[in-house]
Design a protein around this ligand. Structure first.
Ligand SMILES: [Zn+2]
Length: 289
């Protein structure tokens, strides 16, 4: 069993179908260490992380893939953020003790995927209603509708591991017209326990042992939060000096906690003055009367 977190792409040699398998150990535990997620929500968040890594690994640009499930149930928000270098972070908002399947957790929810290239400002966002009882179902529906690409996910997560398997039918197909159905049928024999216990090459070999499958080199996956003091400063500047000094009068400082990694950023009165001191150099308003 491989010790590190990784993602392994593979392809069926006779074309038409590709896939990837991802195994998150330390990456997933880094999320769990930072907040205690109640059981059913924990499973959904872990599966969403595995799915995000699988999709991010396919992107053809440098940047991030952000998956959000926004709900009207006890769970109001799940966010997974995965860069194309496969560093990731995740968090959720909820009330009370959420229970039941995905539809109960999130109520009438929506699923939003944002592609955010590192260079340029053009973000691509697509939004669908949450359709399905599991993360794998929601994603399968999403992909066939928005990407017009037949995709199937098998996902699992427990308190130590999150894993996933993706199969995609390539648009140009291949010489073997039955390959897609056959590979989906073979993959469907996988149990969550197997996904969690024997991830990686061994599982791909076992599931598709009668097929000619080429497995590519594993790509490392790791937890990383992209928050920084600079980003927090940019956000505070947008709030404006009046709002900030109001908070400082009440609390003595402005404190911002990153919801993904729990890092704490604090600004006292002197820090806050410096935030806005820089504004002096911005050009004066020329629309004065
Ligand atoms: Zn952070």
């Amino acid at each position: 069993m491989s010790a590190s977190d990784n993602l392994q792409p593979f392809v069926f040699e006779h074309g038409g179908v590709r896939g990837a398998i991802v195994s998150l150990g330390a990456t997933w535990r880094a999320v769990l260490e930072r907040r205690h997620y109640p059981e059913p929500l924990r499973g959904v968040l872990g599966e969403l992380m595995a799915a995000a890594a699988l999709l991010a690994s396919n992107l053809k640009f440098d940047g991030s893939l952000i998956m959000q499930m926004q709900g009207g149930g006890p769970v109001t928000l799940l966010v997974v953020d995965c860069t194309t270098e496969l560093t990731m972070r995740a968090m959720a908002h909820w009330d009370g003790e959420p229970a039941g399947p995905l539809t109960r957790l999130l109520g009438n929810g929506r699923f939003v995927i944002t592609l955010d290239p590192a260079t340029g400002t053009q973000k691509y966002q697509s939004l669908v209603t949450l359709d399905g009882d599991s993360v794998a179902e929601v994603l399968g529906h999403y992909m066939s509708r928005s990407e017009q690409l037949d995709s199937r996910f098998w996902l699992a997560a427990d308190g130590a591991q999150a894993s996933g398997l993706l199969l995609q039918k390539m648009p140009h197909g291949g010489p073997d017209p039955d390959l897609w159905n056959r590979s989906v049928m073979l993959a469907s024999t996988v149990t969550p326990r197997e996904l969690l216990a024997a991830p990686g090459t061994a599982l791909v070999r076992r599931l598709f042992h009668e097929e000619d499958v080429r497995v590519f080199n594993p790509r490392p996956v790791a937890f990383r939060c992209s928050c920084s003091r600079e980003r927090v400063i940019a956000m505070l500047r947008m709030l404006g000096p009046a709002e900030i000094s109001h908070v400082i009068e009440g609390h003595g400082e402005v404190e911002v906690n990153c919801e993904f990694c729990n890092r704490r950023y604090a600004f006292d009165r002197v820090d806050a003055e410096q935030l806005f001191a820089a504004e002096v150099v911005t050009p004066p308003d020329t629309t004065q009367h």
